[in-house]
Write a protein that binds this ligand. Structure first.
Ligand code: ATP
Ligand code: MG
Length: 303
């Protein structure tokens, strides 16, 4: 299982919780997604088989669909093909899990859009009647749909620290007034297009986190990172949705339940039993199939 990938033919620029970024040239990066998985903000010692491939192929699918649905949308996607500089051994290591992307200046906020109230937004609403400081209608129930999707940014914390929910005004202070409203407008557009597409395929995208970058040559705001995956979003099976209670999340429910039942929630360095890792991987692949209409194997064969 590929939770750590070391390439010999390209220099590594950075490592996040799930991805490793390699430098191709001045303008582009190889974006490699490992099988690492986190639950309750802790990374498991072992990975989920094929998870990196699911996230990469699903993001690529979304870049295509969203570019068709939103004329003029700029994304960082370049290609699913490995770059010419990659050795044969390295090509094997990143097969299915890598994407060439444009290297851009990342706006240092998490661009969250919520269509439904859950998680930290629900906790704040119960206490204060607000969500990220924004006034909300009275009488929302757990997991209610908002009258319209809302933009609820957060800070982008360093590795090991927690992101903090902030108001759109606070986000504007971080990214600058010049870009703030364009980012908000774009995020709402991308969420709505994605949520509509997923709803037609039996998945509710309750909320999601985008990242945007700046093309400093053209001053364009560009959709970067992973997009509308089970890692960056809450996917709920539409046929099980019921307001007033917690929903089963599409992907991590087995893992979360197992951690809770075994008193391992928030513990570092926990290894999942093979059957939990397998069941989790199967859920990721099921979401992939529902959204793309293809099995992961079919997508990988077409590469
Ligand atoms: P963190 O950045 O806090 O470590 P993370 O753990 O979610 O976040 P990963 O998803 O593992 O990080 O790694 C992806 C990293 O690549 C993120 O830091 C993201 O901001 C960055 N990134 C995504 N797209 C681009 C791009 N086109 N150019 C430069 N950086 C990018
Ligand atoms: Mg990330």
């Amino acid at each position: 299982m590929s939770t750590a990938i070391e390439l010999e033919s390209l220099p590594k620029l950075a490592s996040g919780k799930v991805r490793d970024l390699y430098n191709i040239d001045d303008k582009s990066l190889l974006f490699v997604t490992t099988d690492r998985i986190s639950a309750y903000d802790v990374i498991m010692a072992n990975g989920v088989p094929l998870k990196g491939a699911v996230l990469t192929q699903l993001s690529a699918h979304w870049f295509k669909v969203l570019s068709e649905k939103i004329p003029g949308l700029k994304t960082h996607f370049i290609s699913l093909n490995p770059p010419a500089a990659l050795s044969d051994g390295d090509k094997e290591k990143v097969r299915g899990r890598s994407m060439q992307v444009r290297k851009l200046k990342v706006f240092p906020i998490e661009v969250i859009v919520r269509g439904y109230i859950t998680g930290s937004a629900w906790n704040e609403y119960k206490k204060e009647g607000t969500v990220h400081g924004l006034a909300m209608p009275a009488g929302l129930q757990q997991c209610s749909r908002f009258p319209q999707p809302i933009y609820t940014p957060s800070t982008k914390a360093e590795l090991g620290k927690h992101d903090e929910n902030i108001s759109p005004e606070q986000a504007a202070k971080i990214v600058g007034d010049k870009y703030a409203s364009r980012i908000e407008e774009l995020a709402l557009k991308v969420y709505s297009a994605g949520a509509e597409y997923a709803a037609e395929r039996g998945i509710i995208i309750a909320d999601t986190k985008f990242e945007f970058g700046l093309d400093e040559e053209t001053d364009d705001i560009v959709l970067i990172d992973e997009v509308l995956t089970p890692d960056s979003s809450r996917f709920w099976p539409a046929d099980e949705y019921e307001v007033g209670r917690d929903q089963n999340s599409f992907d991590k429910q087995f893992l979360r339940n197992w951690l809770t039942d075994n008193g391992l929630k928030y513990k570092d360095g926990v290894a999942m039993p093979e059957k939990i890792a397998e069941a989790t991987g199967a859920r990721y692949r099921e979401a992939f199939k529902k959204l793309t209409g293809k099995t992961l194997e079919e997508a990988l064969e077409a590469l």
